[in-house]
Design a protein around this ligand. Structure first.
Ligand SMILES: CC/C=C\C/C=C\C/C=C\CCCC(=O)SCCNC(=O)CCNC(=O)[C@H](O)C(C)(C)COP(=O)(O)OP(=O)(O)OC[C@H]1O[C@@H](n2cnc3c(N)ncnc32)[C@H](O)[C@@H]1OP(=O)(O)O
Ligand SMILES: Cc1cc2nc3c(=O)[nH]c(=O)nc-3n(C[C@H](O)[C@H](O)[C@H](O)COP(=O)(O)OP(=O)(O)OC[C@H]3O[C@@H](n4cnc5c(N)ncnc54)[C@H](O)[C@@H]3O)c2cc1C
Length: 659
């Protein structure tokens, strides 16, 4: 008798869900942060999923032009719904997230508005923010240039004050000074916050922000002296190609003096440069804000990929059939578990560290308002380091999830190729990950150098104050091993740098080791924040136990992966390393029956997931089969080009064979 495999697969997910040993609804709350957060996210996700304008299953088949137009349409429709339904800021931002198509609105809300809020005076905020809030202007963040991105102090665009007219003259003196990359600049933005070297009274005062109008508000044509366009197609089909990353050149464009963002410093009517009594690093404040939100986004992207891979691994069967019975679910293979469950644990780890980072950012912002700058360095180190570690891990994990789904993972309809292509530039934008980790390393070296002077490190560096203990002990406790590893790696680097002829040379020579020390420090933060989370009161049957398991998986997997560091620094013995690995295997067995329910707790709609492999109902094979027929190549049975290229070839071969 023929077996209906498709029906059997659907039942399989139901069986998986029934086997879970915890309350999924309660886990949804633990993941989202509160009942309210679950409800509002659920409402917005369903609103988007049920609206045909937000359809995205055909996205990878659209031409760049059609894709861009589709993005404009979706953005306009989203705005219309936000206004019609009088959505709150929280709801509107979730709605945009679930629309799930990169576009100019991301930079408008994500960077242009925050830059004005953070660097504009009250008067400037009063003038510009209402226009931005009502979309009477569209803004982008124009910092990076063709020749300089990481080195912000090396930017070349100039803003020269002209006291005769009370204006700044914005100019691109070289090809390499062309603004290059800003999202939304290419085709959509009417305005930009432009970063340029401020020159007044013949002196260069370095990089400052300016609000510059780029396009006419009447017909969208570039203003005189402004040359701009899109920089071209990017990695992958669909993916980040919906975004109009742009190029921009200025030919002596004049703007009024009051369009310099003047919260951090001012230029007077006479052209005098006046520095406010705030740290100049606040110029980088928008980047700090975005870095913390990128950490939150890492858990979203990673959890989507993991959700697809876990559900599909429960459906997919290979080998192991006994007497014609069913084959084995690939999720039951130990190798599949050891590749997949650490990624599941990382999704939870990044979610919780992201929540903590958001708290830290809010706390720093409140302190800044009362001129308390004491936690600025901590905010910079944590946002930079966590952005680097979580995005690199997530990009690698999405690719691993693709492989975990075998051949079908390579199909666009699996959702994984596009997710990877959209996600991978997060390792570069908002600070190249290596450059950011070197920032963390500099702060670590500064902290180590201050230990001898008795200055007690604070915040996430506080553990370094336990230097006497951590440098000597063998570590029995998990967190202590992570602390010892991070501290000893940092101290080793500092000692090696100390032997160089000068500090900078030493830093340069030791930079590969410094990167690893920075990663060790950041992984300690992630582990610590996960442990703090599971020590909280977490309601719901079995929820705390599941999170405890995942926390142990994250910590032990990280330890296993970096065992070399732990052994080389003497933070663990080889025997402890082997025991940790043993324990990890046991933990995977505990995660296994709960795996499908643990990804259900992310509460993603099929629309947001965008994957035939990750469907909630598990109906994978009919969906794959149906999806294939939608490809434009299948619109005709005989392909276009047959008469031109295939037929003559085949006829020629036929003639030859008759000879
Ligand atoms: C909701 C939002 C959603 C998202 C938006 C939507 C979509 C996202 C998609 C794409 C957006 C992408 C946007 C971009 O990419 S914008 C461009 C981003 N560019 C960068 O990130 C450039 C990276 N480079 C830098 O940040 C800096 O150049 C630097 C590497 C940090 C070096 O700076 P520099 O001034 O040369 O100096 P240092 O000598 O290294 O540092 C001096 C001093 O300052 C401290 N410092 C540095 N940065 C900061 C900071 N951000 N905050 C606080 N303090 C900072 C540094 O530690 C040092 O301190 P000392 O005490 O030692 O003096
Ligand atoms: C999709 C996307 C969207 C973007 N959106 C915007 C935007 O909206 N606005 C905007 O202003 N910019 C934007 N950018 C630009 C982005 O911020 C920069 O590309 C990023 O900061 C990296 O800078 P870079 O390109 O100069 O890289 P580079 O610094 O040239 O990096 C090249 C290599 O050099 C290495 N390197 C550089 N410096 C050092 C060092 N000191 N030590 C060791 N190694 C080093 C890097 O690790 C990397 O391997 C975007 C970029 C992308 C890809």
């Amino acid at each position: 008798m023929a077996v209906d495999h498709a029906a059997a697969e659907v039942d399989h997910l139901a069986a998986e869900r029934a086997a879970a040993r915890f309350d999924v609804e309660a886990m949804k709350i633990a993941w989202a942060g509160s009942r309210h957060a679950v409800d509002v996210a659920d409402r917005m996700a369903r609103l988007v999923a049920s609206d045909p304008v937000f359809r995205k299953d055909n996205r990878t088949m659209l031409s760049r032009k059609d894709l861009f137009k589709d993005t404009l349409r979706k953005a306009a429709h989203a705005w219309k719904r936000i206004v019609e339904l009088r959505l709150t800021e929280e709801e509107a931002s979730l709605l945009r997230q679930y629309v799930d198509q990169p576009g100019y609105v991301d930079l408008h809300w994500g960077m242009f508005v925050p830059a004005i809020k953070g660097q504009g005076t009250e008067e400037q905020q009063k003038k510009w923010l209402p226009l931005a809030y009502k979309f009477q202007i569209i803004g982008c963040y124009a910092q990076t240039e063709l020749g300089h991105g990481s080195n912000v102090q090396g930017l070349e665009t100039t803003a020269t004050f002209d006291p005769m007219t009370d204006e700044f003259v914005i100019h691109s003196p070289t090809l390499t000074s062309s603004k290059w990359w800003p999202g939304g600049l290419g085709k959509a933005s009417t305005h930009a916050v432009v970063y340029a070297r401020l020159i007044t009274e013949g002196k260069d005062y370095g990089i400052h922000g300016f609000i510059v109008q780029l396009r006419s508000l009447e017909d969208h044509s570039p203003l005189p002296g402004v040359t701009l366009g899109d920089i071209g197609g990017k990695f992958g089909s669909g993916a980040y190609n919906s975004m109009d990353n742009g190029v921009l050149r200025f030919d002596h464009v004049r703007i009024p003096r009051d369009q310099m963002l003047m919260r951090l410093s001012q230029v007077t009517r006479e052209g005098k440069y006046v520095q406010s009594d705030v740290p100049k690093q606040l110029l980088y404040g928008t980047m700090v804000y975005v870095r913390q939100s990128i950490v939150a986004d890492a858990s979203k992207a990673l959890s989507r990929a993991v959700c697809i891979a876990v559900r599909y691994s429960a459906i997919r069967k290979q080998f192991g059939s006994q007497d014609g019975g069913p084959e084995t679910q690939v999720l039951n293979y130990r190798t599949q578990q050891s590749r997949l469950f650490p990624l599941l644990a990382s999704a939870y780890a990044f979610r919780f560290v992201g929540d903590w980072l958001n708290w830290l950012y809010t706390d720093v912002t409140q302190k800044l308002e009362v001129k308390d700058y004491s936690t600025l360095q901590e905010a910079h180190a944590c946002t930079a380091g966590l952005k680097a570690v979580t995005t690199s891990a997530t990009a690698d994990a999405i690719e691993e999830c693709r492989k975990l789904c075998g051949g079908h993972g390579y199909l666009n309809s699996s959702g994984l190729p596009e997710l990877f292509a959209v996600y991978v530039p997060a390792c570069t934008y908002e600070g190249d990950n290596v450059v950011l980790l070197l920032q963390v390393a500099r702060i670590l070296m500064k902290t180590v150098s201050q230990l001898t002077s008795g200055k007690q490190p604070v915040g996430t560096m506080a553990y370094m104050g336990k230097v006497q203990h951590l440098m000597q002990s063998k570590c029995a406790v998990k967190t202590e091993a992570f602390e010892a590893r991070a501290l000893r790696m940092a101290v080793n680097c500092a000692q090696n740098i100390g032997q160089a002829s000068n500090q900078e040379e030493g830093f340069y020579e030791r930079s590969p080791d410094l990167l690893e020390a920075a990663v060790a420090h950041i992984q300690l933060i992630i582990v610590t924040k996960f442990i703090e989370k599971v020590h909280q009161d977490i309601p719901g049957h079995g929820v705390k136990e599941q999170l405890q398991n995942l926390c142990n998986v994250y910590a032990l997997y990280t330890l296993h992966k970096h065992l070399g560091d732990f052994l080389a620094t003497g933070s663990l013995t080889p025997k402890q390393g082997a025991l940790a690995n043993e324990q990890l295997g046991k933990l995977y067995a505990q995660v296994r029956p709960n795996a499908v329910a643990l990804v259900d707790a992310f509460n993603y709609t099929d629309h947001y997931l965008g994957s035939v492999l990750g469907r909630y109902d598990g109906n994978v094979y009919p969906a794959l089969y149906e999806e294939a027929w939608k490809d434009p190549l299948n619109e005709t049975v005989v392909p276009e080009g047959y008469h031109e290229y295939l037929r003559p070839l085949l006829k020629q071969q036929l003639k030859l064979s008759r000879l």
